[in-house]
Design a protein. Structure first.
Length: 337
């Protein structure tokens, strides 16, 4: 696994080197014959466009490199503490046969599936359009046609748009109708302390990793970056495609800025998913080769207690459910009988 992460890091550094010359307005590559093309050609050397492009380049480099080196540090620390002692990489307790606690409800699982499908397919087709000098992209578009590819990019993008509306409705339905607390994903001061403690643990300055409640600080960062990125892609994508409506509102420069933001946010999210999200969701120690929780929505009680020791609510609820079932079946007699 360490080798895989090193390869991903090397690929990202190579991508940064490849992208650097394209920061020059004269080297900015894109396919023509799109509604936003005239605005991009007119304003590509505008100061605002240049500043935004440099900002995203530096931001992506800093964020991705810091997270990638953190992952490498975690893997090295795991090997020092466990791997060299011969402990298996997937050593977390729990099996599908033991008692399970619910981590994700069905509506949230459905939302995740739709986001995954929409962003993956729209992202692949969109990024191939963003770099017309890539051989695989040229072959793909020659095979099915550029217009057809753009149409499918828009179809999958509309699916992402739907997931945003779906999530908003689901969120407020849970709060207003179901009266459920939906704030466990919100950042807290403890998350800052956990991030500091985790880095101290990686450096060998703390003996143990921080203990987490329902979500770790890394999961929250991952979630909010996607939560911010997806609507950004939606708004900028609509402005790029429907220029007859967006130009009177934001002008030609605004459309050119939307094009630049759209591409750079898509690139950032692509690297985030490849290098960070997939690792923490499926490839981290204890999860490899796959963490089935997003498919089943459930996790073994023993594993949950290890990963989220400060969150006892799901375990207690599971125990209450068992007790109620026993009372109904007559296995437990209450004091009123």
């Amino acid at each position: 696994m360490l080798l895989i992460e090193i390869v991903i890091l090397g690929a990202f550094i190579a991508w940064l080197v490849y992208m650097f010359p394209t920061l020059d307005p004269d080297n900015y590559l894109f396919y023509g014959d799109a509604p936003h093309e005239p605005y991009l050609e007119q304003y590509i050397d505008h100061t605002a466009v240049t500043v935004i492009r440099w900002f995203f380049y530096v931001f992506t480099a800093v964020m991705m490199l810091s997270m990638m080196f953190t992952i490498l540090g975690e893997l090295i620390r795991w090997w020092l503490n466990h791997g060299r002692k011969g402990e298996p990489y997937n050593a977390l307790p729990g099996s599908p046969k033991e008692e399970q606690v619910e981590r994700f409800r069905n509506p949230f699982k459905l939302w995740h599936y739709l986001v995954m499908i929409g962003m993956t397919l729209a992202g692949i087709i969109g990024l191939l359009q963003a770099f017309p000098d890539w051989g695989p992209g040229q072959s793909f578009f020659n095979a099915i046609g550029l217009d057809t590819a753009r149409n499918f990019h828009h179809y999958f993008a509309y699916l992402v748009d739907f997931t945003i509306v779906y999530f908003i409705i689901y969120f407020f339905y849970q709060i207003i109708i179901k009266k459920r607390r939906m704030f466990s994903m919100l950042p807290t001061l403890k998350d800052i302390r956990d991030a500091i403690d985790m880095n101290l643990y990686i450096l060998g300055l703390k003996e143990n990793e921080p203990q987490y409640s329902r979500f770790t600080f890394g999961q929250k960062i991952d979630f909010f970056l996607v939560l911010i990125g997806a609507p950004t892609l939606t708004v900028t994508g609509l402005a790029m495609h429907y220029t007859q409506f967006s130009e009177p509102v934001i002008g030609g420069l605004g459309i050119a800025i939307c094009v630049v933001i759209h591409r750079n946010v898509a690139l950032f999210l692509a690297w985030l998913i490849i290098s960070v999200h997939i690792y923490y969701a499926h490839l981290a120690p204890g999860f490899f080769p796959m963490n089935p929780v997003i498919l089943t929505g459930k996790m073994p009680v023993s594993r949950y207690r290890v990963l989220y020791p400060l969150d006892s609510e799901p375990v207690i609820m599971k125990q209450l459910e068992k007790t109620v079932e026993k009372i109904k079946s007559g296995e437990v007699v209450t004091g009123n009988e």
